[in-house]
Design a protein around this ligand. Sequence first.
Ligand SMILES: C[C@H](N[C@H](C(=O)O)[C@@H]1CCCN1C(=O)[C@@H](N)CC(=O)O)C(=O)N1CCC[C@H]1C(=O)O
Ligand SMILES: [Zn+2]
Length: 612
Amino acid sequence: MTDMRNFLKSYNTHAANANNEAVTIAWNYYTNITKENQAKMTESDLDMANFTKVWAAKANQFDWKRSDLNATEKRQFEKITQLGFSSVNDTAKIELKSNLEAELTGIYSTGKVCLTEFGKGCLELEPGLTDMMANSRNPNELLAAWKGWRDQTGKKMRTKYTEFVNVMNEMIKFSGFNDTGEYWRSWYEASTFESDVKKLYNELLPLYEQLHAYVRHKLKNKYGTALFPDTGHIPAHLLGNMWSQSWSNIYDLLTPYPNAISVDITQKMKDKGYNVTHMYRVAEEFFTSIGLDKMPTSFWNKSMLEKPANRDVVCHASAWDFYDGEDVRIKQCTSVTADQFLTVHHEMGHLIYFLAYAIQPVIFRRGGNPGFHEGMADIVSLSFQTPEHMHAIGLLDSIPNDKESDINFLMQMALEKIAFLPFGYLIDQWRWSVFRRETTPNNYNANWWDLRCGYQGISPPVQRTEQDFDPGAKYHIPGNTPYIRYFVSFVVQFQWHKALCDEIGYKGQLHRCDIYKNKTAGAKLRNMLALGSSKQWQDAMQVMTGGRNMSALPIIQYFTPLIDWLKEQNKEENIGWSAQCPSNIPSPDQTNNQARLSVSTETVCLIIVTLT
Ligand SMILES: C[C@H](N[C@H](C(=O)O)[C@@H]1CCCN1C(=O)[C@@H](N)CC(=O)O)C(=O)N1CCC[C@H]1C(=O)O
Ligand SMILES: [Zn+2]
């Protein structure tokens, strides 16, 4: 027994060092994309795979399953002996997987789109193309950015991604999984996980359908019905976001009551002279106000909070744990916008989780499940965006209490949280089907768009073929980060928000609850966070909510006032869209002619005005 306990202590010390080394080498690549740093990361991946194998073999020398170790000690052995991709003995496969992932992430992170016909020069995704998708109201410009990004990223990844899927599936077989998707789903420790999320999606679909119908109606008013297919889909490039996953940036086209109060966080931040550092200080102050940790000094010295001028980096924001209980970092090409401010809170939420479970043995320094980590990253956003909180931090002059302003606020939240649900759900529906070989390279893109049209009710603004590889235009596909975690997060964060608001005795409407400065709320949250993955997530859920399962009821309760309003607005609307994508999608040259025509029309008008 003591030798097993000594083994666990020894593992813990070695694993902390091994993880710290591996994360540092990965950090060097992600903050400086070079062939040399990629090679070092591949070397490190080989070392990590070897470390995992060696220590799993040592662990299995003990008859730990039949020992009288306690449940938590046995759970440590169980996790130490889970080999994942490391079980394969063929180092060539480990190297291939590592290089493909680095190259795919590199293609994504260095993609540039030259929009000379719109006088924009060559733009990177952040901030150039992201800002354009958010702020342009010119459909031709939006189409050029939307198509250009897919041409410069996904289109260049198709062959590598096919290889990537094959090598991952070959490797994971050695750990007893049929395919990579089955391995990824095993992290949720529930044999019914796939049907559980499907059930949640169906419970939430009515909310999304109402929002979709309202937004489609408003966008038709703005852009004219000619752009919209008669199948009920919304063209993907009009929703303010490169992937149509969050619609907050087109709120100005959707405002329910323009004469009532709306919170324009971007403008307010600019008015108040916010800079990047201040955004992080404000986010940190939220967490400390509820009794959670402040950022260690090393965070400020070692993070990459702005895009460096002189080298290629992976700009997609991320949170990094260096497994020494103190060194936690954010890598983000931060700019002063509302979206970015939310991401700052998101990434810092991950860091708060890292710091809270640093008390755990290294093998347990993970979220209760990956969706829990994302839920913690987002939970503060439900308090932080309330008019109450905006007023508390000086971004709103007074707290509006009229019905119209309340609907305006709920609309803003729905454009962020309801709009996301089908997107969060479908990414891994596609990937799981690829790993299962139900989706194969000759229908990668067709199946992707079947899901995008079917679940999201959006359509491609220009014809797509199997020369394209649109999944590759979304970070998590080349970056190989599973995505169902975000769908889980968008459900559980509302369960936790309700639980925290109940705990602090809040009696108002859930969507106006702000846990800011409430130490009771922070203490309850910390109790769950500190568990890490030492317990099954259902136990952690019980700590937070008293129940053991995911539930759609809190998010439905939160948005009910808006859904009732939307049903009123949508009385004349055909709710929903056809399951298949529209058949009459314009071809690229048709859209080019449209673009030339619209530019020339503008020019002609200008000449007439000048001549008269
Ligand atoms: C902007 C955010 N970046 C991810 C995140 O923070 O989750 C990054 C990249 C992938 C994993 N990751 C991490 O930082 C992990 N190390 C966190 C952990 O430790 O588990 C992101 O991708 N988001 C936020 C909302 C929806 C989604 C999107 O933008 O589509
Ligand atoms: Zn996250």
